[in-house]
Design a protein around this ligand. Structure first.
Ligand code: CA
Length: 295
């Protein structure tokens, strides 16, 4: 596979909410950057505020892209965002399309997450439970900063309410009105594949009986968590435990029903996924796709 994945522009991997580069020795994108690099891709795994709005995270990402452009001499980058990382990438591409070759949404809540809707409804910010939840998120974000070994730097700003607002269906609708690039104009449709010279792609999975709960996932606590969350979804029963199948659509939809939950899709935890599922391959195939498109 040598050089088969040597895309013209570097790949920049943007994590979702409560994301990180590496906690001590534990990477967020489990085994994925290594597989891409083996194929000759230049990969940057980055960190932005683990709990904040798409806009604040997007501005931080733009500063990182500025640095990568300076260091590599590349005109543009390919952004690959998981979960809220997709919306973060979309913001950056909307603001500086001349710096971005493509945006790829991996299980991105492009139309919001019913799970976020559930939490905001069930635990309003001014309730005791809401305050407790906000405190827990701040503690988690602080813990991520303490344990982060992949990208050292000052503590990034945390804003729990802004984070929630960015991820609800209502918040995503507002965001999409300002930054509509690549978002389907009809529910469940396909979005524009190219806007302002930026290519848009997406893929996502859904929790599936007898498939996603097989193999290593039988031992993965995060899969039980995702399965439990499915009960909080009413508009889209087909979901990955955090994001609905159709809500994830952006630009060219590569696939939206892989038997992968929201964390399987980045090969968590520790590569424990359903039998036969291969989330890493989706990334290597995509790098080959970007290369073939001259990106
Ligand atoms: Ca898993």
């Amino acid at each position: 596979m040598a050089q088969a994945l040597s895309t013209r522009y570097p790949l920049v991997m943007v994590p979702g909410m409560l994301g990180f580069v590496r906690l001590l020795l534990y990477p967020y994108w489990f085994g994925i950057p290594a597989a891409l690099r083996r194929g000759g891709a230049q990969v940057f795994v980055v960190q932005v505020s683990p709990v904040n709005s798409n806009e604040v995270r997007g501005e931080q990402l733009l500063r990182i892209i500025e640095r990568i452009r300076r260091e590599t001499g590349a005109d543009k980058v390919n952004l690959i965002g998981h979960s809220q990382g997709a919306l973060t990438a979309r913001y950056a591409a909307a603001k500086y399309p001349q710096w971005i070759a493509s945006v790829t949404s991996v299980a991105g809540p492009n139309r919001g997450s019913e799970l976020a809707d559930y939490y905001v409804r069930r635990y309003p910010a001014d309730s005791a439970c809401g305050r407790l939840l906000a405190l827990a998120l701040r503690v988690l974000a602080g813990g991520i900063w303490l344990l982060e070994t992949g990208q050292r730097g000052p503590l990034l700003p945390i804003d729990v309410e802004a984070s929630h607002r960015s991820l609800t269906s209502e918040g995503a609708a507002l965001f999409n009105r300002q930054y509509p690039q690549g978002v389907p104009t009809t529910w469940g449709g396909r979005g524009a594949e190219e806007v302002n010279g930026v290519r848009y792609y997406s893929w996502s999975g859904i929790v599936q009986d007898k498939r996603s709960d097989s193999g290593g996932n039988r031992f993965d606590g995060s899969h039980f968590f995702c399965r439990l969350n499915v009960r909080g979804f009413f508009r889209e029963r087909e979901c990955d435990g955090m994001v609905g199948r159709l809500s994830s659509h952006l630009g060219q939809v590569i696939g939206d029903d892989y038997p992968l939950d929201h964390l399987d899709i980045v090969n968590q935890s520790l590569g424990l996924v359903g039998k036969g599922a291969d989330p890493v391959r989706l990334f290597t195939e995509h790098a080959a796709r970007l290369k073939a498109a001259g990106l």
